[in-house]
Design a protein around this ligand. Structure first.
Ligand SMILES: [Zn+2]
Length: 65
């Protein structure tokens, strides 16, 4: 896995996100030791549209409409 920002080799890591409302608490991803970029499968699948942290908020905004 190569960092999309600085093209340094990234290290696989397990992350725990207790604030995530998507229904899972842990996920596997990659962290760049040089620039701090974090990439995971959720971010990769959402990157074409918008950053992953916006997904939960957008869902709530849509509920109000
Ligand atoms: Zn990097």
């Amino acid at each position: 896995m190569e960092c999309p920002r600085c093209h340094t080799e990234m290290f696989e890591e397990e992350f725990n996100d207790l604030n995530d409302d998507t229904g899972y608490l842990g996920f596997r991803g990659w962290r760049c030791i040089l620039c701090g970029e974090i990439v995971d499968s959720v971010i990769l699948s959402n990157r074409k549209r918008r950053p992953a942290p916006m997904v939960g908020r957008n869902r709530k905004i849509m509920a109000y409409n």
